[in-house]
Design a protein. Structure first.
Length: 655
């Protein structure tokens, strides 16, 4: 019996020929240059080799109906006696033969199958002995009448390597219901983190490509493998934001961080990736892009000549894009930064101490972050150019839209303290925050006057802050210097103390502050108070005309003359204070729900607060400086200050 089986096997082998019979089709991909467009109709070839003379050839080819729609086959180029049908949904059956007559099939194309491409990825898999397609095996009925089934080794499967768009609008990456396709992405998915979403990948994840849309927030705490590109987009609505919070991002293609920019303005920028070059980032010279760096030694700006230079880590630059008027998006391409950025004594003071630096990460960073910063011998103010004017921020207080949050790719100034030749600015990803976090005021106790100067819709701000710890000198943790706009169309308003200040913090008891303006000769400027809680009056005196205007009730309009300097003085009247107190040693104020008493140095006094019924509300013993007494209820109160030789009583109003 064994000899008979061997004989039949040999006969079958000889009847089919000495070469292996094969089936094959193509793989359609971008890499192969034959990827169909979504919605297009295309041909999938079924090729054969070494089939020889047979009765019938039956081929089963399986595909995903969500990706492909079968539309027929090319009868003109099919081998004679070939019939094709979609035998089952997602299963093509091809029969060639003229049984009981014999057929000889030449090597090459058997038939072209026609499909519409719906988008996505699918295998084009032949049914075999090991892997029958929906239970069906491709086979040959040879002239020996013994059916021969194709093994896996004799077929070359194909694929359509498109990729599914899978969008997440919030939640955890590994939650299937968070995705528009209802499945967690794999290596065949183009992932889109939608605008306005907050997404976290907290377990191992994968994708073919990832796009973080403008306004999207994506945090990685695990491993994410991306076959192709990882892109963070930017447009007029905002920036995408990505924070790698201890995870591992493995990208097979490019990492690209976009930055949206308007033309015809200077922008302070920095590179959020390692390896970006100016000549690649800025459109290859079309349109024209101008780049300047700031030099502390000369306290000036210099145009960049070497456009092939790498953009350094945490370096700030100024750029100007000259276009026909259309805003443009430029791309930073490179790898993401990890670890500590910056080195010791990297900030210098050879002139004014200003160093132009930048955010090196792919999210906003928080200047007030409790960890991640190493700031040594630096003042606490930061300064941004917003395209038309300088914005400043220090200790919870901004001007011109400044903030503690520094955007992706944003350049900004810091300043080394006077008396030091260098300072240190270093940061880690602990300072990273998602960039849609709203501005939050510092909650420390302070009283603010915010003034604005306006010229035909162009504005500038200055702020005076009253704080117990402030002095009349420059306070590095409370004051910000004045930086003047590159655009001379914008008027400028500032305190003249300490070589000009945009934010001037003064002690309680300060009765006035000197101010000045810059503008275009002959233009009409208007000064107004946009924030002035806790003040009964704000009297702005024009030292040129002698006119005094209470900015609490009206604005002041005047004609600018560059020959007139030190033009204004602002006098403060705190709520509850109509005239100065009669005692020179004590000044009494009401600020919101607090009574404040400022005593001269060396003065000891007992302080008592009464309501209008004569009931004692609070008592304190104080010596010098500022004493603050909180009062819970709104209304008028009497404050009595007794230093043993003099008694001063003042009525104040608590809001």
């Amino acid at each position: 019996m064994k000899r008979i089986i061997i004989f039949l096997s040999m006969a079958l082998f000889l009847s089919l020929g000495i070469n292996a019979q094969t089936l094959s089709t193509d793989t359609f991909s971008d890499a192969n240059g034959n990827m169909p467009a979504v919605g297009a109709n295309f041909d999938v070839p079924v090729d054969v080799a070494s089939i020889g003379t047979i009765f019938t050839l039956t081929v089963y080819l399986q595909f995903d109906t969500a990706v492909l729609t079968y539309t027929g086959y090319d009868t003109a180029n099919a081998v004679a006696n070939t019939q094709v049908s979609e035998y089952l949904p997602g299963l093509i059956k091809i029969i060639n033969g003229d049984f009981p007559n014999q057929s000889t099939i030449a090597d090459g194309l058997l038939v072209n199958l026609n499909f519409d491409f719906n988008g996505g990825y699918t295998l084009l898999r032949f049914g075999t002995v090991e892997n029958p397609a929906q239970g069906y095996k491709s086979n040959i009925l040879p002239t020996s009448y013994v059916t021969w089934n194709f093994p896996e080794a004799n077929v070359t499967n194909g694929a359509v390597e498109g990729h599914f768009d899978n969008v997440i609008t919030g939640g955890d990456w590994n939650t299937a219901t968070a995705w528009t396709l209802g499945v967690v992405p794999d290596e065949h998915h183009n992932v889109v983190v939608a605008a306005g979403s907050l997404v976290t990948a907290s377990a191992v994840a994968e994708a073919f490509a990832v796009t973080v849309k403008p306004g999207a927030q994506f945090t990685l705490t695990s491993t994410l493998d991306v076959t192709n590109d990882f892109t963070i987009e930017s447009d007029a609505t905002g920036d995408g934001s990505f924070i790698n919070n201890g995870g591992f991002l493995n990208v097979g293609g490019n990492i690209t961080v976009e930055r949206y920019a308007t033309n015809g303005q200077w922008h302070g920028i920095s590179s959020p990736v390692i390896g970006a070059k100016f000549d690649v980032t800025y459109f290859g010279g079309n349109p024209e892009v101008w780049v300047k760096t700031y030099d502390e030694d000369s306290n000036g700006y210099h145009y960049l000549v070497d456009t092939t230079a790498l953009m350094g880590a945490m370096n700030g630059y100024f750029t100007w894009i000259q276009t026909s008027g259309t805003p443009m998006t430029y791309d930073f391409v490179g790898s993401l930064r990890t670890g500590t950025v910056g080195f010791a004594n990297n900030m210098v003071r050879t002139n004014t101490g200003h160093n132009f630096v930048g955010n090196p990460f792919t999210s906003a960073i928080d200047w007030n972050a409790s960890s991640g910063w190493n700031k040594q011998h630096l003042y606490n103010a930061i300064y941004f150019y917003n395209g038309s004017n300088w914005a400043s921020y220090i200790s919870g207080l901004p001007t011109n839209g400044g903030s503690q949050y520094i955007a992706v790719g944003q350049g900004f100034f810091v300043q080394v303290e006077s008396g030091y030749t260098s300072g240190t600015l270093q940061m880690t990803s602990d300072v990273c925050v998602h960039n849609t976090v709203g501005f939050m005021k510092d909650q420390s106790e302070q009283t603010i006057v915010r003034l604005q100067v306006e010229d035909a819709g162009k504005v500038d701000e200055t702020v005076i802050r009253f704080a117990e710890e402030a002095t009349a000198e420059f306070d590095g943790n409370l004051d910000a210097v004045k930086l003047f706009s590159f655009n001379n169309e914008y008027p400028q308003l500032y305190s003249t103390a300490n070589d000009f200040m945009s934010i001037n913090s003064v002690p309680y008891g300060t009765s006035s502050v000197a101010l000045d303006v810059k503008g275009k000769d002959g233009n009409t400027l208007t000064i107004s108070a946009t924030e002035a809680e806790g003040f009964e009056f704000l009297n702005l005196k024009d030292n040129n005309t002698g006119v005094t205007t209470n900015l609490k009730s009206e604005d002041y309009t005047f004609t600018y003359n560059s020959n007139i300097t030190d033009r204004f003085e602002l006098f403060f009247g705190f709520t509850g204070i109509d005239t100065p107190t009669t005692a020179d040693y004590a000044k009494i104020y009401a600020v919101d729900n607090n009574v404040k008493i400022v005593l001269d140095d060396g003065i000891n006094a007992d302080i008592t607060v009464y309501n209008l019924l004569g009931q004692r509300v609070a008592t304190r013993s104080a010596s010098g400086n500022v004493t603050t007494i909180a009062v819970e209820k709104t209304g008028y109160y009497l404050v009595k200050v007794n230093d043993g030789a003099n008694v001063t009583t003042k009525k104040v109003f608590i809001r």
